[in-house]
Each structure stands twice: as C-alpha cells, then as structure tokens.
Ligand binder design. Sequence first.
Ligand code: SF4
Length: 432
Amino acid sequence: MKEFKAFYKVVEGKEGERCHYSTRLDTYGCGCFHNCKYCYAKSLLAFRGLWNPEEPSVADIKKIEKKIKTLKKGSVVRLGGMTDCFQPCEEQHNVTYNTIKLLNERGVHYLIVTKSDLIATDKYMKILDKNLAHIQITVTSTDDKIAAQYENATPPTKRIKAIEKLGAEGFDVAIRISPFIPEFINFETLNKIKCKKAIVEFLRVNAFIKRTFNLDYSLYTHKEGGYYHLPLETKKKLLKKITGFEQISVCEDCSEAYNYWKSHVNYNPSDCCNLSFNSSKSKYIGNLKLLKNTKYGFLSSQKYCPGTSLNIKNWLKTLDPDVCVVSGFQSKLEKELLDFLLQEKRKIIFVLSTDVYEKCPQKFKEAVKNGSMLIISPFDTQLRIKTRNAAKTRNKFIIEMVDKLFIGDLTSNGMLDTMLKDKTYCLIGEKT
Ligand code: SF4
C-alpha cells in the first residue's frame, strides 16, 4: 500500500478566489476506483503514469490528525476534492471514517463530494455530525446504463436513494449535477427527486472531453480559461428545465455567467455551494426577493467634493422605482445617498463589510418591514470589525453583482480607482 502524502491542499488562483471551500483534504489519492472517463484528476495524472484506480494511495491518519489540529474551529474543509473519499477502498482502510471523527472533535465543518452511497449507510450516518457535515452527491445521469458507460461508481438510482435518505434524516445534502450534460438527463426523473438543494456545474470542453463523450460540441462556442463552454443564454434555457428543487446554485467558471448566477439565480449569492450552517443567526435581514430586481451599484471614495450630493439627488430622480440601489454605504457620500434612499422609500440592498447584524438597526426597521430593504454580507464567518480588506472584498462583491455601476467621487489611484480598472462605470461626481 502506497502512502498518499499530498493529502492537504489549499486551492489557489481563480478557483481558489471564487470557491469558499478551497481547502481540500483527500484521504485517498493517485487513483480512484470510480475511474470516470471524464475525471479531471485522472486527466492530469494518467499520462505521467501516476493514476492507479485499482489501488489508490492511502493517506496516513496520524498525519491527518496533526493537520486537523491546525484547522480553526468553525472553518470548512472539503473532503474528497481530488478523488472520491468514499470509493470502495474506504471499506478496507477507514481513513475517511477516522478523519470525520477527528473533524467532529475539532468542530471543523466538512463538505463531502461523492459518487458513492456508502455515506448513507448506518456506519457513517452514526458519526456524521448534522451541524458539521455538508454533503453533495454527484449525479451525472438519471439512467444507470448511461452512467455505467463512463463511471465505475454506485449506479445513479442508488445515489439518488442515498440523497433522499440523508435529506429525510435532516442532513444538509444536495444533489450535485456535475458535469451537467442535458443529453444524459431525464428531467422528469430528475425533478421528482426529493431533495431541497441542487448544485449545477455545466460541462467544460477540451480535447480530453471531446474524446470522452459523443456529443454535439458545435454548441460549445464560448471560449474562456482554456475550455469551450455553452454560451450563457443556452445555459439559462437549460437551467430552466431543472425545476424540482427549492434551492438552486450554479458552480461556474466563466466570468459573465458567474456574475449572472450570483445575482439572479443562486439561492445564497455569497456562497454557490449553498451550505447550511445551523446557526440561530440569519445570513440576511429583509427582503431577499430584491435580488431579482435590476440592481444599480453605487460606490464613492472617502474624499468628498462639495456639489456631488446635488448630482446624486438628481441622479436618483432618473431611476425607475423598481431599481434597487446596492452599496456598502460606508463613505460620506454613500451614507448621504442612504439617507436620501430611505427618505424616498427607494429599494435598497445594503452590503455589509462585517457579518450580518444580530438585530435589524432601528433606522432600517421601517424599510425592512415594508419590503424595500435587504441587508446582506459576503462573509460567512464572524467578522465584527470593519477593515480595509473587508471593505475591498465587499466592494468587489457589489461590483460583480450589479447590472450597472455608478460612482460618486473618485480619488485617482485610491483603492476604489484601482478596483475599477477595466470596469465600466458612470461617474456622477468628480475624479480628483
Ligand atoms: S469519482 Fe471523482 S475522483 Fe473518482 S474518478 Fe470519478 S471524477 Fe475522478
């Protein structure tokens, strides 16, 4: 038995930036019995002779234990990001079983992504902590015979039963349709699955994928990040066929589509994995439906030019009443705008640079009560103090979620000006 030494990794780059759960802990590596023909890990390792599906390398539980001791209580680690941590050799080695026990002791959340129904057996259901376990079971086809042509994993019908069983027992579980290949899905069957959450990831096409599936690739015309993708409009149409789930999220690589899903589709705009945290504290205050309205962002540098407030009042008069104004309302001008918006009972999305308030502040109670205000935060973890970095993250979040961006006053080469490089916006005040 070979030891899998590289069992812990923090994913960086674009994926790391977008994905909230970029720390991976793989209990098995350099091979996965499921041996999916489209497997990304396999495509990277097989040609170097490092892929052994029959006998994957096994991580040392003592070393895993040491690593887990360094993880913060309340943080989230993804189990099985590179290979399936519930592949058949788990029954022999139990490394995932023991890892889960250690994570429970440490109070660390674990996001499990698997194509196995082993997770829904009594042995694992006994140790999975409902407050810490977040489970995504991948289904690529609703038909066992189709799936068997390209995956050596548990048949989809059994995976679906596992999803329903875990859901019925109150676990945070989602069906992960990844890659989403509409040709392999019977939508009637899919939409009957009893599960609250669905995560969808569209197929990305490269030469390796073209050799794997016999599909009509002429539809994959959008090129980004070294892959061909379906254009956003086609993706939108296909997504409409998935109707049986209360909460939909799209895991996305392409920038335009990523921003679209985030502001128009994803159940939790600040988390495309849509994990549920059993906390008494809400992740938002107010009317979540406002996210579906047209959204105009407003940001302004700290430096204030006299006269810009009048421009803002005039700008406000030109806006359709259904438009939502989105801002962090932190700089002087942003705060002034907030007062105007509240006075005129306009629609407001307030994005915080801390986590969401415990209680709705008195000042906003009326707006929240009449449905014209939503208070959200891009941060999941507890963040009480406003910092420059948090403000930067918050502003980035605003820039990505809005349909149009308006800027009050702008200080040349300041933080905001730097963030706006390559962005399209409309300047209401002055650039100094
Ligand atoms: S289950 Fe995941 S890791 Fe295993 S072969 Fe399939 S795609 Fe690769």
